[in-house]
Ligand binder design. Sequence first.
Ligand code: NDP
Ligand code: GDR
Length: 373
Amino acid sequence: MSKRALITGITGQDGSYLAEFLLEKGYEVHGIKRRSSQLNTQRIDHIYEDPHQRDPHLFLHYGDLTDATSLTRIVQDVQPDEIYNLGAQSHVAVSFEAPEYTADVDALGALRLLESIRLLGLQDTVRFYQASTSELFGLVQEIPQTERTPFYPRSPYAVAKLYGYWITVNYRESYGMYACNGILFNHESPRRGETFVTRKITRGLSRVFTGLDDCLYLGNMDSLRDWGHAKDYVRLQWQMLQQDIPQDYVIATGVQHSVRQFVDWTAKALGITLCFDGKGVDEVGVVEHVRDGAETNLLPGDVIVRVDPRYFRPAEVETLLGDPSRAARNLGWAPEIGVADLVAEMVEADLQESLRLAFLRNNGFAIPSSVEH
Ligand code: NDP
Ligand code: GDR
């Protein structure tokens, strides 16, 4: 019999890659989707099978991490071997605006799932993965960060995830559950949400390059992150549930770069050389050179990146750098996709989409608004 997995957050970046990965491994995959006023399954449409067909392997259930009864019903119906709790209000900046909701979903959501497993008497059979985060380290106490580095969360999101982390450890220790935390550092892909900084950059600069927008507005350009590819990271989520003993793991590349560096790589991938003038809120990215043959109307001297303090956070996490030695030792972790390939893949996907939209617009068709309101 094939194994059965239940994924919360299946419609998100990681959920979609994990579902693909598990289906390839022969799993029966169940996902929880939220009711929304518009379809929100775009990231998994390509793997969704028509339920009218015989023998589908992917099933979707309506539910919500704020709704314990829906979670218990789904866990009871599905009787999963493995649960991956990836669902979250995952945007750090938004968590300052919606702190209570973020706590409800990200902290209590994890508790609700763990309790449903326990109340249904499945604690000896279900394996549970909690999507923990490098944001737990926040104001870093040690560089690089390991599984033993003390936490110092710096946002309502990170504080909520701290609860999720500890309640997972607590259920493991109290009830002997196979439950573990993946402390994952930032991971990106063409499926990354449009308002996270990497995707905002690849999408935003592609739109400027093709004439859809004039300028890309960003926040803290000095911020340092350890960026990997989501496809690599979901493999480790699965691997953490295949061990003899449940343990928490840092997953990272061990290399960090600045937001400014990511802008620079993206511009280069598009055929533009940028120089950065000014400091802080006055900082701008100016076109220095456009590669011969690059199909754009941009000219040297054009200002195409500006800092907008609207994107500064009330408390910032300035630097994150992971030390994934434990995962390398016990799980054989080594990232397969480097940051250069990650940027190239993201730029290619966003450039194609921008070219498509520019073509439509230039031929008189209405196109959707681009910006984050
Ligand atoms: P996304 O924001 O892309 O996806 C979040 C998912 O959670 C979506 O499917 C979303 O549904 C769902 N969701 C949101 N609110 C609820 C709710 N109330 N009930 C049920 N589902 C909900 O995040 P990622 O895929 O990037 O991240 C996956 C997990 O890993 C998250 O928990 C995130 O906090 C954590 N994480 C991510 C890292 C990263 O770099 N990507 C690093 C470390 C941790 P919908 O599509 O309807 O919005
Ligand atoms: P992060 O990712 O907060 O690390 O959380 P994000 O890409 O949002 O920010 C990274 C850094 O870039 C700076 N920044 C900007 N960020 C955004 N979103 N928009 C901007 O315009 C901008 N300009 C500069 C930020 O200040 C920050 O320092 C992500 C999420 O996926 C979490 O769910 C996850 O837990 C962590 O990664 C690990």
